[in-house]
Design a protein around this ligand. Structure first.
Ligand code: SF4
Length: 324
């Protein structure tokens, strides 16, 4: 494992910015990477596409980073139609142009009659808002051959990998791990995201132990509460902390970082509950917190303002250990 990452995890001060496994807007990925790299994030997590890795690298190169060599760029792959890899699809025969999706979408997908799929995170807010059932979530374009895709991402500058475990199918997981084996020594942080696919906490704990046995102790488990929710308040962040606490109670002995429903209250709540987590990943909420949209022109003054906001969020996790 990368030394500075291991140290941040051991100190329970690890922060990851999640751009979204299915997110494809390269320009905005570069901007987010720059802002959160300068704010002190240790990892920038993007979809597994070389162009997204290059975009993140461009953003990081433009940032004044607090720790040389960080953040790492992480790419995400998934098994079994993992819900992090979905995007919206519109059935024009059902649509009656009421436009409720326009306001429901927090990510500027429905703009002036266009559908900007590169901005879609697959959060499903628009699907819920549409009374005509014209919107649904479908799998993002298939990842293709994982090994060759990862080679391209590693060549482009990625050095961390997250495996989204979907419904936890073991044959698929084993097959993916076999494909990763020849690349393992190039991967400086290997993470597995689990939870939020309808499994019980006991099933998720069992899956975590199986992954730990298959992949070894040198891994990070991401306990996913409510994926892509972006909501504020303690209620939103509680499920991921409870899941992490279950994993620890079941004797899991590797690093655990929470995500899904995480926000500015995750760090303080984790400290109060003595959850024992080693870090926090944030996606939708982080964008909302810095209040920046993909189409907003970014002057130098505005950039500095967004970096200052991002720093508040990163420091809510990294300022002091998540367990005191
Ligand atoms: S609301 Fe979510 S799922 Fe719907 S278009 Fe916007 S980002 Fe995509």
């Amino acid at each position: 494992m990368h030394l500075a990452i291991e140290q941040a995890l051991q100190e329970r001060r690890f922060f990851k910015l999640i751009c979204g496994a299915s997110y494809r807007n390269t320009e905005f990925v570069a901007t987010l990477a720059q802002i959160f790299a300068e704010a002190g994030a240790q990892v920038i997590d993007v979809g597994a596409r070389p162009e997204l890795v290059e975009a993140a690298r461009t953003g990081i190169a433009a940032a004044k980073v607090p720790v040389a060599g960080l953040p790492l760029i992480m790419v995400s792959v998934g098994i079994n139609q993992d819900l992090h890899f979905l995007r919206v699809e519109k059935d024009f025969n059902r649509c009656d142009d009421r436009g409720l999706c326009v306001n429901a979408c927090p990510h500027e997908v429905f703009v002036g009659g266009e559908i900007r799929l590169e901005n879609c995170l697959g959060c499903d807010h628009c699907v819920i808002a549409c009374p005509s059932k014209a919107l649904s979530l479908v799998a993002r374009d298939p990842l293709g051959e994982v090994q060759s895709l990862l080679k391209q991402c590693l060549a482009a500058g990625a050095s961390a990998l997250e495996v989204h475990t979907g419904d936890g199918s073991l044959p698929e997981l084993k097959s993916l791990l076999a494909q990763l084996a020849p690349l393992r020594d190039q991967i400086e942080l290997l993470a597995f995201s689990l939870g939020a696919h309808g499994q019980s906490p006991a099933e998720i704990a069992q899956l975590a132990h199986t992954i730990r046995a298959l992949a070894g102790p040198d891994i990070l488990i991401q306990a996913d509460g409510k994926p892509i929710s972006g909501r504020k308040g303690e209620k939103s962040t509680l499920p991921c902390l409870e899941l992490a606490e279950t994993l620890f109670a079941q004797g899991l002995d590797c690093f655990v970082q929470v995500s899904g429903g995480t926000n500015d209250l995750t760090g303080p709540l984790a400290r109060r509950r003595q959850s024992g987590i080693h870090g926090v990943g944030m996606g939708s909420f982080a964008r909302k917190f810095i209040d920046l949209s993909p189409s907003e022109p970014l002057s130098e003054a505005l950039l500095q303002e967004k970096i200052a906001k991002a720093r508040i969020l990163v420091e809510s996790v990294a300022m002091s250990p998540l367990r005191v």
